[in-house]
Design a protein around this ligand. Structure first.
Ligand code: TXA
Ligand code: MG
Length: 321
């Protein structure tokens, strides 16, 4: 075992927090069966206590340690999408901590697809509770440096696995009802899930505190953010120049002018590379004292649904310093 994994496992066993990379975003990990350790997550993030945490496990064979009455659909989805950016909501086993489930009868489980995360989980051989390693309501971290900037000394160790490949949080699908329901869209789409389930899952009601990602003011930069249609972006640029303001822009086309007041970041026009870059770019622009950040609205298509969800929330929650 590499020494840093050994150290991370030892810290987890001691009830300390270890941040680690996953393919989606960095997680703030704690031993999911240790109430003192789990309490440290909420303290470090400033997260309300009734918001449940995802338990990360090394493989689908661990499901029964945390969940009961597991439907066949869970194993079918696990087989296709794990390790990967999909979280399953299942009925919990009674011994799962209330702090993990938010006192609900369900538990969220995921096998992340990152070599360091998998090595850590296998060596730990248990469940690691991990929310995204950001302060509550802020943009999720996709590099180890982001985690340092967000949480600094609140975490005992940060495993650095480079930039996250997927870049936005996992799709969350609830399998406890008669029909599978997507509680949080992500890069595994409803269509992808429907192919395995034989029926497209329904979209869950947002706004409920069950999923903290469903609060409107989430994934938000401090700088006011506007999502604009492609043809309006250039007007925003002109307006901003006229007002002599500094504007941040994230758009798929190259910057049409050269002016130091316009901080332009070109982003891919395809969902996968867009998701990969968007949080890091928002974080960067948020640190540059722009008056406003403009993001060109992606297409309203199914394979963009996770991205559009996060952008909408970023817009809704932005500007709160
Ligand atoms: O990609 C991800 O899912 C990342 C990485 C680190 O795995 N984690 C993540 O965790 O995004 P967090 O805590 O930031 O968001 C997890 C979401 C929350 O909105 C939480 O409310 C929801 O999962 N959740 C967890 N357990 C749940 C449950 N039993 N029922 C409903 N929602 C649940
Ligand atoms: Mg989060």
């Amino acid at each position: 075992m590499v020494p840093e994994i050994e150290r991370a496992v030892a810290l987890l066993r001691q009830g300390e927090l270890v941040a680690f990379p996953t393919e989606t975003v960095y997680g703030l990990g704690a031993d999911a069966s240790n109430p003192v350790a789990v309490a440290k997550i909420f303290a470090a993030k400033g997260r309300p206590a009734d918001h449940p945490l995802i338990v990360h496990v090394p493989g689908a064979e661990h499901l029964q340690r945390w969940a009961r009455e597991i439907p066949e659909t869970a194993y079918a989805l696990a087989k296709v999408f794990w390790p990967g950016p999909l979280t399953l909501i299942l009925k919990r086993r009674p011994e799962v901590l209330d702090a993990i489930t938010g006192g609900q009868d369900t538990v969220g489980l995921r096998v992340p697809n990152h070599p360091l995360a998998l090595e850590l989980l296998k060596a730990f051989n248990g469940g690691i509770a991990a929310p995204s390693a950001n302060r509550f309501g802020r943009i999720s971290p996709t590099t180890a440096q982001h985690v340092r900037d967000e949480l600094g000394d609140a975490v005992a160790m940060i495993l650095d696995g480079g930039p996250c490949q997927v870049g936005i949080e996992s799709t969350i699908v609830d399998l406890t009802g008669a029909r599978a329901t997507i509680l949080r869209p992500g890069m595994v789409s409803a269509i992808d899930l429907g192919r395995v389930l034989g029926r497209t899952p329904s979209a869950g009601a947002s706004g409920a505190p069950r999923v903290s990602g469903s609060l409107e003011a989430h994934y938000a930069p401090r700088t006011p953010l506007a999502l604009l249609q492609p043809d309006v972006v250039i007007f925003a640029v002109r307006e901003s120049l006229a007002a002599n303001e500094r504007l941040g822009v994230i758009a798929p086309m190259p910057c049409p002018l050269s002016d130091e007041r316009i901080v332009w970041r070109q982003i891919a026009g395809e969902p996968a590379p867009f998701a990969h870059d968007i949080y890091a770019l928002l974080r960067e622009l948020d640190g540059l004292n722009c008056t406003r950040i403009v993001v060109q609205k992606p297409p309203q298509a199914e394979n963009w649904s996770g991205i559009n969800d996060r952008l909408r929330r970023a817009e809704a929650g932005s500007g709160n310093t």
